[in-house]
Design a protein around this ligand. Structure first.
Ligand SMILES: Cc1cc2nc3c(=O)[nH]c(=O)nc-3n(C[C@H](O)[C@H](O)[C@H](O)COP(=O)(O)OP(=O)(O)OC[C@H]3O[C@@H](n4cnc5c(N)ncnc54)[C@H](O)[C@@H]3O)c2cc1C
Length: 436
């Protein structure tokens, strides 16, 4: 997303650009694959503020049409919490009648929502979500509900360790708006195909199956990217790889390597996903369940965006958010998979018999960096390298105050603007040479 969006924006501004992608197809973490008419995104599915947010901004600048992304129905979106079950409803006042909490908790929810809506996120300083909750409520139902909302939006478990400022900023931006979250028609390939089309229309290129192995630095500038026996020369290089993989691009021991090596230890966000294509519409009375007792997520994407499943079928995306321990310890991971399948039995009885397509992603990397207080700010990837001035960074681990794909898109806008400002206009056609 970050690479294609940056490249398309630069091509639109008249620059000559090439995107080098090591995979055999475009899309990265958003890659979309169709199996028997079921549209399976690698992972990403919910785009925040699809019609008024950063995606809309990028499409506008590229002169591309808006992408249809219908919204899930809040009346059929349920939470399960401590044996209770309830929909939240489309407006904040519906929280007063939800069956998810006992009456006393519903009343206590109002001041908490007010803090969320009108409080200044910066006031949370460096505190974690758990610390922020300590200050604002001691109601156990509300604490667990808030943690569930935080995990749901960031994919991070445990959510209590997240930066409160980061979570509040995201929720404030996306929870109280009409254009809150949508599921893209045609899957996420609709988005990256649109970026790639904008790129190619302006003469830009994409090369798949090209894994960059090294960046060659001379006199404080990157002069070439090496991929196998190919050498790519350019005025500017934009790297969007996960930061943990970035050190491998520099010569060991070099100043660039020392700079990039700091990111090797960044703790990432992982999830266990099971996508199921059903031969029939198994449940038509709900679109979404968040099982807050186990941090499990089930969404019938095709009930929101029907073209994601063939006629008469249904597409379910089930997910278990993984703590760092659960993504590395085999026993804990197995237990998580069992919890996810037990939840399928609870919420979607008959799912095994109805399944005609199944895909499991045991440890999908959702984001390269957890947004805990110690992994924000200077711990994150900056826009520019300190050791190679023409080396810029984009992607979902950048130091920008957004969430998930919005970070990738915001970083693309920032990097494209920076290049526009800094490269002299007489060099509008940036030479990108592939020297074999
Ligand atoms: C299960 C799951 C659920 C998600 N859900 C959501 C969601 O609901 N909403 C949301 O907004 N986001 C979601 N995301 C996150 C979203 O998919 C990513 O934030 C976004 O797609 C990241 O794009 P990117 O360009 O920054 O990084 P990437 O997609 O990681 O792109 C990096 C690219 O670099 C390539 N590459 C790596 N090394 C090299 C090399 N040496 N040479 C050449 N190419 C290289 C990779 O192949 C890849 O294509 C989800 C992700 C997952 C996995």
């Amino acid at each position: 997303m970050a690479g294609l969006a940056t490249a398309a924006l630069l091509a639109r501004a008249g620059r000559k650009v090439v995107v080098l992608e090591k995979g055999n197809q475009l899309g990265g973490l958003a890659y979309t694959h169709v199996d028997q008419g079921f549209v399976l995104n690698y992972g990403a599915h919910a785009i925040y503020r699809p019609h008024t947010g950063l995606l809309a901004e990028v499409l506008k600048r590229l002169g591309r049409p808006r992408i249809e992304a219908p919204y899930p129905n809040p009346r059929t979106s349920y939470f399960a919490l401590d044996g209770r079950w309830g929909a939240l409803g489309p407006r904040p006042q519906h929280l007063l009648t939800t069956s998810l909490f006992p009456f006393a908790s519903r009343l206590r929810l109002l001041p908490l929502m007010a803090h969320l809506r009108y409080g200044n996120p910066a006031n949370a300083g460096n505190s974690t979500v758990s610390e922020w909750l300590d200050q604002h409520t001691n109601d156990p139902n509300l604490r667990r509900f808030f943690l569930a909302i935080a995990t749901l939006n960031t994919y991070t478990r445990p959510a209590g360790a997240l930066s409160a400022q980061f979570v509040l900023r995201h929720l404030q931006r996306s929870l109280f708006v009409k254009d809150y979250v949508g599921y893209m028609s045609g899957g996420w390939s609709t988005m990256y195909d649109s970026f790639a089309a904008a790129l190619r229309e302006r003469g830009g290129e994409t090369s798949t199956g090209v894994s960059v192995g090294q960046l060659v630095v001379q006199d404080g500038r990157v002069v070439a990217a090496l991929a196998g026996d190919r050498r790519y020369e350019a005025d500017v290089f934009v790297v969007t790889v996960p930061p943990q993989d970035a050190p491998a691009l520099a010569e060991p021991g070099s100043p660039l390597w020392l700079e990039l090596d700091r990111w090797r230890g960044l703790q990432d966000v992982r999830a266990l996903c099971i996508d199921l294509g059903f031969s029939r519409r198994l449940r038509t009375d709900l679109t979404f369940v968040y099982d807050a007792d186990y941090d499990l997520y089930y969404s019938l994407h095709s009930e929101v965006t029907p073209d994601l499943a063939p006629e008469g079928g249904q597409l379910l995306h089930a997910m278990a958010y993984l703590s760092p321990e659960e993504s590395t310890n085999e026993y804990l991971h197995k237990r998580r998979q069992q919890e996810l399948e037990d939840g399928l039995d609870r919420h979607f009885p008959g799912w095994r018999e109805a399944t005609i397509v199944r895909r499991t992603l045991p440890r999908a990397q959702v984001a390269a960096a957890r947004s805990t207080p110690d992994q924000l700010g200077s711990a994150r990837v900056p826009v520019r390298s300190q050791t190679a001035r023409n080396l810029l960074f984009a992607g979902n681990a950048r130091d920008l105050p957004y969430n998930l794909t919005d970070i990738s898109l915001a970083s693309a806008l920032e990097v494209a603007e920076l290049i526009e400002r800094e490269l002299p206009t007489q060099r509008r056609r940036v030479p990108v040479e592939a020297v074999h």
